[in-house]
Design a protein around this ligand. Structure first.
Ligand code: AMP
Length: 286
């Protein structure tokens, strides 16, 4: 596996493959890799001739009060995992390579980024859209793989690619979970044992909604009650410390709906201790 640090080397690597007629898949990450990330690499290998992963903890998507400085960095292990997963190259730029002095052009994320995460993290999706568009320019791949774990992020990127005519096919990939249901996340390592136990209420809440939906419930108010119940922090329950949002919304524009006629998405953002956890599930009528 090639390890690339400069934009020039990264671009040349992708261009050599593409000019030889090969399809190339891009897997953007912030590192601290787990099986969720590796599932994107695996999907990339199935769909494309070659796969390039990027590892970059992007400062422009973190607000001043967020965890940029303490975000886990496990670069040597990440390289081993990617190599074992059959990734062809990894691009690991410095912050100064991505944002040299004087860098002042930013992407304004589309409207689908405004509700939910956009309300709690107002500058987040502008930072995500900016770095992802930069990666698309640096690594002009044919496909790019994103996890549905970050559902709203996926919708932001799909919309940006459509609006700005970016010639890259976005490939959504399913959420990978631990055997007990916890959605894999680089931030799970912040959780103490008891917090991790409480964090299971997110996937329990989504499973409850999924079951009610499968049993025919289409009323969003009723489904939302089912979504909230396991999150409640009562003395005898194992809920979360704070709910930023727990909603069921239109799965395209993420706007509120009253009933589910075709499909919707249940989206959760909560705090367990000092760790912010997100999870979701898509509800689709057969
Ligand atoms: P991150 O390193 O958190 O920025 O994530 C990089 C990519 O991996 C994003 O497309 C995420 O949606 C995806 N990802 C993270 N966790 C998971 C997971 N548990 N299952 C599937 N994809 C994931």
């Amino acid at each position: 596996m090639k390890i690339l640090h400069t934009i020039q080397d990264a671009r040349r690597f992708v261009w050599n493959l593409r000019s030889g007629g090969q399809s190339v898949g891009l897997v953007p990450t912030m590192g601290a890799l787990h099986a969720g990330h590796l599932s994107l690499v695996e999907q990339g290998r199935k769909s494309c001739d070659a796969v390039v992963t990027t590892i970059f903890v992007n400062p422009t998507q973190f607000a001043a009060n967020e965890d940029l400085d303490k975000y886990p960095r496990t670069i040597e292990r990440d390289i081993e995992l990617l190599s074992a997963a059959g990734c062809d190259a990894v691009f690991i730029p410095d912050v100064s390579e991505m944002y040299p002095d004087g860098s002042s052009t930013f992407v304004k994320a589309p409207d689908v980024g405004k509700p939910l995460e956009g309300e709690f993290r107002p500058t987040h999706f502008d930072g995500v859209a900016t770095v992802v568009l930069k990666l698309f320019q640096i690594l002009p791949t044919s496909h790019a793989f994103f996890g549905q774990k970050d559902y709203q992020q996926l919708r932001v990127i799909e919309t940006m690619v459509r609006d700005l005519n970016v010639p890259i096919e976005i490939m959504p990939c399913p959420i990978v979970r631990e055997s007990d249901g916890l959605a894999m996340s680089s931030r799970n390592r912040y959780l103490s044992d008891s917090e991790r136990q409480r964090a299971l209420c997110l996937s329990r809440a989504l499973a409850g909604v999924q079951t009610a939906f499968q049993n025919g419930q289409r009323d969003v108010a009723k489904l939302t009650e089912i979504l909230h119940a396991p999150l409640a922090d009562t003395p005898d329950s194992q809920g979360v410390d704070r709910v930023d949002y727990a909603v069921i919304v239109d799965c395209e524009n993420l706007q509120p709906i009253d009933t589910i006629s075709a499909s919707a998405v249940a989206l959760l953002a909560t705090h367990v201790g000092t760790t912010r956890l997100i999870d979701n599930c898509v509800l689709r009528c057969e």
